[in-house]
Design a protein around this ligand. Structure first.
Ligand code: PLP
Length: 341
């Protein structure tokens, strides 16, 4: 029975979903959303804050500041509240409403940047904003997840050995790439392991992380509008890029079977299925990492009007489109009833 007194002391690390019955391919999905921050970012946040403490960078007057598309912001909010630090999250207009409300409920301040950078993302502008804050007030301590080695070290110390312990015959590991902390921590660990593991990075079409033209990306979590400073491509065997439409379809397919995951899980699973379709998978042990769950995406990925406005009517296949339009009809019937009453 786990009994804790600090929220970051608990993380479910042994839960996997076998996707064979749902998607027809043997792929084990490591679920990282079961902790008090609701995502894998709790690991990176804990490691970065505790190493800043060890190195003497934090005092009771310090204000933690970080640029985050959301999940790291929530994780830092949890830790800051628990340890008694102030925290300011600099995010952008793509951050889910529920994620912003969560951070505020935990006592953090949230600033939203709305200007796009030269690559069509918000990252450059968010970082400029953080730099300006730090230059103006020495109480701000920027953990800088994009460059902080604690980000990848967290996964080298936890995520990768957790997988290795459960799957001693692991052949291929699919990892979504944002800051590439998860990717680099796992890739470094498995490079030194007792058998070769194929490391497949999953990125989003429109991200420039591994090169390629910038483009519109609406789902937070994966993809970058700059080259990730932590990335060392010599550890990565393959890169797969997934269209957001495929991410959304995969999320809805999983949701129809009761597994409500976040957007980056849809991306990683979609990329992994594509890879498994193209390879001889007899006897192959494959694992993918699911960074969070789906509740934070109810007003985006799982909302019919958002999908229709951004991706058009054909985004979901017939089964899912039927469910979505059924939901739209119910909403419009409720609205009609309200109008008539
Ligand atoms: C939901 C989600 N998935 C994936 C990632 C990417 O992980 P990493 O930054 O370790 O590459 C993030 C990072 O914020 C995330 O929030």
């Amino acid at each position: 029975m786990p009994v804790i007194s600090a929220p970051h002391a608990f993380n479910e690390s042994r839960l996997y979903v076998d996707l064979q019955p749902i998607l027809g391919r043997r792929l084990y999905l490591k679920c990282e959303g079961f902790n008090f921050a609701g995502s894998i970012k709790l690991k990176a946040a804990t490691e970065m804050v505790e190493s800043a403490e060890r190195e003497g960078h934090l005092t009771p007057a310090s204000i933690l500041v970080e640029s985050s598309s959301g999940n790291l912001g929530v994780a830092l909010s949890v830790i800051a509240a628990s340890k008694g630090y102030r925290f300011l999250c600099v995010t952008d207009s793509r951050c889910n409403l529920s994620t912003r409300l969560l951070m505020e409920a935990l006592g953090s301040e949230v600033h939203i940047v709305a200007d796009l950078d030269a690559n069509g993302g918000f990252l450059g502008k968010r970082i400029e904003y953080v730099r300006r804050l730090c230059a103006a007030d020495s109480r701000y301590v920027w953990l800088s997840q994009y460059t902080n080695p604690g980000n990848w070290r967290a996964h080298y110390r936890t995520t990768a050995p957790e997988i290795a312990g459960e799957f001693p015959g692991l052949d291929v590991l699919f990892i979504g790439a944002g800051t590439t902390g998860t990717l680099m921590g796992c890739a470094r660990y498995f490079r030194q392991w007792h058998r070769p593991v194929r490391i497949v990075a999953v990125d989003v079409v429109g991200s420039v992380a591994f090169g390629g033209p910038p483009g519109r990306r609406m789902i937070p979590g994966l993809g970058m509008s700059m080259r990730p400073p932590l990335l060392d491509e010599s550890y990565v065997d393959e890169v797969i890029r997934v269209e957001e439409a495929d991410t959304i379809r995969t999320c809805h397919r999983l949701a129809r079977r009761g597994f409500l995951f976040g957007g980056s899980t849809g991306t990683v699973v979609s990329g992994a299925m594509d890879w498994l379709d193209r390879h001889d998978t007899r006897g192959l042990t494959a694992v993918a990492i699911a960074p969070d769950l789906g509740e934070r995406y109810l007003d985006t990925i799982y909302q019919a009007n958002w999908l229709q406005d951004l991706y058009g009517d054909d985004i979901l296949d017939s089964e899912e489109a039927t469910v979505a339009s059924r939901r739209r009809q119910i909403i419009s019937r409720v609205t009609d009833r309200q109008r008539n009453s």
